[in-house]
Each structure stands twice: as structure tokens, then as C-alpha cells.
Ligand binder design. Structure first.
Ligand code: F6R
Length: 369
């Protein structure tokens, strides 16, 4: 059932082109309009919402953090992401005009279930983004948008993460279309770009040897830092989480701009630092800003591994090593840049002789609060 792979995690990483494809399947009508048949929330309600709150835990919360950038950009609806276990205990401002989006692979995470119940008690509409048909979270929500990533067996989430990002993006595009936002006209173009992602992930997986070699060379590493900016920031945190849970190595993800406000003190000679570099063609000066962050850590002796877009003209000048990913738009880049980080964590753990499917102290779904 592992389909010839060494672990379920390895298989699920390789399932990702299919997972993204399946999450996108059947969402467009003949005219190129996005249709979400499952969206059983009154359109007048969706038109009137004034805030979105994404609630989730762990990797699912990082998917929500990635989506926040896209949803706010496309819909101009203020969007917050909150850890489900924090949400319920701090008297959050939730009204009938709040759309709560509960993201969960299993649909059985107790922290998220309790947050959904709390949100509904306050009168919010709740949409579940879930991978497990008929599980508790979609059953207790007003509507469910399924991710269709297929069963995820390995404890560490991989394909579910990419599918969650895609499903959240579909929701954002749907709202932009419904509410007639500026981006409504571009929905078709963005969907086209999304359709190209599976082939790009496949291309990336074909070149995985570089990441495998890198991981094997880092078996004795005690600490790894991950830097990112904009959507690269939650990607950095996801890369760190994968490494902690699989390889039991101290790892931290930072917003690259935060570096000089403290974390740069951690940088010492030989410190391994992954940097998620945005596209050179992307918005504003994001790329240049992150390049200067690479210079800052490099000047202090860091070993910098940079995830950059193919065709990036400067990454190689600043990095100890560059891992190239295919070109896409700024907002879709996390669907590619996350993949080498998953492979790195899996392979480093494997090289240390650890069980990547069943890391110590962890369960696939956390059904207690
Ligand atoms: C990390 C991981 C966890 C889950 C989290 C939420 O690899 O798997 O952080 O993402 O426990 O689980 P779900 O999505 O089932 O609610």
C-alpha cells in the first residue's frame, strides 16, 4: 500500500501532484467560472461578511496563514488566522458577519472541534476545509469544502497541507467572484495558474536528489533555522515543524524581517539557515529585502540554503546552495517551496534511523483537548 515507497510519508510527498489536481477537479464551469457545489451557505450571507477567521492547529494553521495573504489580496476582507486552542479561550470578537473557516485534515482534532462549536454559538457561519469525508468538523459546520488529497497515513502532514492551501485559495477566489471584487475578472487566470501546479510539483520531485544529498550531509546538525517573508514566512514555519517532529532537531521558522530584532543573535559560524526567497518578478521589493537578509546571516558565518525560483539571477551569488523551484506567481509559490523542506526533513530523519511515519510522542489525529 506504500506503492513501492520506503514510507507512507515518502509516498504522500509523491502523491502531491495528484492531490493538488484532485482538489482542483471539477471546480470550474464551461465559462471558466469557479463553482463550489458544496458551498451551502446563503450567498447573501457570504456577501455580507466583514471578517474571516481561520481556525486550525499545526500544519493546517500554517496553510491558513498562507491563505490569509491571498484571501485579503483577492477579497479585501480582513482575515485572521488563529490557533483553534487559543481562539476559544480569549473571548474573540465573532458576529453573524464573521465567516469562520475551520481547516483540518482529519476533521477530528478536538481543539478545532471545540473552536467550531464556540464560533457557531456566537452566530458565525462556519465552513470546514477538510480531507476526511463525514468527519466531525464538516458535520458540525454550515458547509464543507473537501480537499480530496486522499487518505494521509503518515503522522506528519504533507499532501494535506498543499490541498488545504489550494482549497482555501478556491474559497478566496469564490468570495472574490461572488462579491464582485477587483480580482473577480482574474479568477480564470489564477485558476489556470493553479492547474499548472501539479506538473511543476512533479518536475520538482524529479530533481529531489539534491535535497536528499543535502539532508544526508546534515545528520549531525543540532539546530536549523528557516527564514521567509510574506507567504514564505508560514512556509518557513512549516519547514521547521516538519524537522522538529520527524528528526527531533531544534528548528525555528522566522519572518525574515524579524531577524534583526533578535534572532540574528543565534547565527554563528556554520549555522544551517534555509531561506525561502520570493520571485524576482514578484511584488515590490520583497526579493531584494530577503536577499539582504541572506547577506546578513551569511556575513555571520551561516550556511545558507536558498529556495529560489528558476531563472533567479542573484540567488546563487548569496547562497551556499540553491534549490530551484519552477516559476509561478508569488501567491502560488508555497505550493512549490514547501516540497523541498518536506523532503529534507523526511530524509534527515531517515538518515538518523528514525521512523518517519510514526514519530515519537505524536498521534495522527489529536482527539483530546
Ligand atoms: C504536522 C501535523 C499536525 C496537524 C495538526 C492538525 O505535520 O500533522 O500539526 O496538522 O495536528 O491536524 P488536523 O489537520 O487533522 O486538524
Amino acid at each position: 500500500e506504500k506503492g513501492g515507497f520506503a514510507s507512507f510519508m515518502d509516498k504522500e510527498i509523491h502523491d502531491q501532484p495528484q492531490a493538488v489536481h484532485d482538489t482542483l477537479l471539477g471546480r470550474m464551469d464551461a465559462s471558466g467560472k469557479l463553482v463550489l457545489d458544496e458551498m451551502h451557505v446563503d450567498e447573501t450571507v457570504l456577501k455580507s461578511i466583514d471578517k474571516i477567521v481561520v481556525i486550525a492547529c499545526g500544519t493546517a494553521a500554517y496553510a491558513g496563514q498562507v491563505a490569509k495573504y491571498a484571501i485579503e489580496h483577492w477579497c479585501r476582507i480582513p482575515t485572521e488566522v488563529e490557533l483553534a486552542h487559543e481562539f476559544r479561550y480569549r473571548d474573540p470578537v465573532v458576529t453573524e458577519k464573521t465567516l469562520v473557516v475551520a481547516v483540518s485534515q482529519s476533521g477530528e482534532t478536538m481543539d478545532t472541534i471545540m473552536a467550531v462549536r464556540h464560533a457557531r454559538e456566537q452566530g458565525a457561519k462556519v465552513i470546514a476545509i477538510c480531507n476526511t469525508f463525514g468527519s466531525t468538523i464538516p458535520r458540525e459546520s454550515d458547509a464543507a469544502l473537501y480537499t480530496h488529497a486522499g487518505p494521509e497515513i503518515a503522522v506528519a502532514s504533507t499532501k494535506a497541507f498543499l490541498s488545504q492551501v489550494v482549497a482555501c485559495y478556491l474559497l478566496g477566489l469564490y468570495l472574490a467572484q461572488l462579491r464582485g471584487n477587483k480580482f473577480a475578472d482574474e479568477v480564470e487566470v489564477i485558476l489556470e495558474e493553479l492547474q499548472q501546479i501539479p506538473a511543476k510539483i512533479s518536475a520538482l520531485l524529479e530533481r529531489k536528489q539534491q535535497v536528499l544529498d543535502l539532508a544526508r550531509s546534515q545528520q549531525d546538525t543540532q539546530s536549523v533555522l528557516f527564514l521567509g517573508r510574506h507567504v514564505g514566512y508560514p512556509v518557513a514555519m512549516e519547514g521547521a515543524l516538519k524537522l522538529k517532529e520527524l528528526a527531533y532537531i531544534h528548528a525555528e521558522g522566522f519572518a525574515a524581517g524579524e531577524l534583526k530584532h533578535g534572532p540574528i543573535a543565534l547565527i554563528d559560524s556554520g549555522q544551517l539557515v534555509f531561506v525561502v526567497l520570493p520571485s524576482q518578478k514578484g511584488r515590490d521589493s520583497l526579493h531584494a529585502k530577503v536577499v539582504s537578509n541572506i547577506q546578513e546571516v551569511r556575513a555571520r558565518g551561516a550556511n545558507t540554503v536558498v529556495i529560489a525560483e528558476e531563472g533567479d539571477e542573484v540567488a546563487a551569488d548569496y547562497a551556499s546552495e540553491v534549490i530551484y523551484v519552477p516559476q509561478t506567481t508569488t501567491l502560488l509559490a508555497p505550493l512549490l517551496t514547501t516540497v523541498p523542506l518536506q523532503i529534507f526533513a523526511m530524509e534527515l530523519a531517515t538518515a538518523k534511523g528514525l521512523d518517519v511515519d510514526q514519530p515519537r510522542n505524536l498521534a495522527k489525529s489529536v482527539t483530546v483537548e
